[in-house]
Design a protein around this ligand. Sequence first.
Ligand code: PAZ
Length: 325
Amino acid sequence: MDVTKGLEVPGETLEAEVKAFFDSAPPLQNSDGITQLLDQFIKRNSSPSENGKARRIVCVTSGGTTAPLEQRCVRYVDNFSSGHRGATSTEYFLKAGYAVIFLNRKGSFQPFCRSLPDDPLLECFKPTDESNIQVCEAYSEAVKRAVVDHHTAVTGGLLLKLHFNTIFEYLQILQIIAVSLRCIGPRAMFYLAAAASDYYVPWKEMVEHKIQSGSHLLDVKLVNVPKMLSVLRNDWAPLAFCISFKLETDSNILLKKATAALEKYKMDAVVANELSSRKEQVVVVTSAENVVVKRDKSRSDNDVENPLIKLISEKHATYIEHPGR
Ligand code: PAZ
């Protein structure tokens, strides 16, 4: 596979790249339905809550995007992301009083499922006779908690789940969300934990049918996905509080890359994490300071996302008071 890594297209502006990306993307299924759901969700969460203030709304992105290699897709480029970070963060955002738009990869880790086994339906239930099933004793508390908490969040209008598979769907839906959230200004937050593809095959250059095997070399050209963080920050939702993530496997370059992203894309914070230790610790990089956030092993709710969301939520509250950058 010929990956044209880092190839700059001379003379192409970001604006032109972004336009080309969206113009050539396959039309998003049900975009009107998504816009309608978002408008209802935002309206509902914009009237004053118990404390007399309107709720803050966060868009949490989660899981990895695919980059298809064929229009009638059989094969695609994928990545490692399980969606654990986004799903767990969603739970802590809800606890902190946020309404959450959870934009997640279909089939990835979901909120409230942390205490359940990998295959919850088949492992948590057992047949009692030919036509009835019941929850296994060992999982009864965990299943009850998960079902009740999920139901409460969704029916209470505090959790809206939207799904993507491809990089096209992800960016199309992210754009709709951002433009819809523009009306609530600094009360909106983007918490971009999804591992979005850096490279993709433009739709028009993609073969329609399944690539045939047989030749020794598969030559597929992937091009850089336009840097949508700039577009989100400058055009789609300029007043929103923006948190992006930076993942590296080499800890020696992690903070340098996170700081560069903070400055280049004018993020409010970049959460830096290393692949192998990402569930243990992260570093929140801002223009003022770098804060190391660690999992507190002495607590029952000992995920690193617990202190992380506390810190981010405090920074967001300060930003709402003084929205200038
Ligand atoms: O999804 P997960 O829990 O397995 O991993 C989370 C993560 C490492 C994808 C996330 O914390 C992150 O860094 N997202 C951005 C990745 C990037 O640099 O594109």
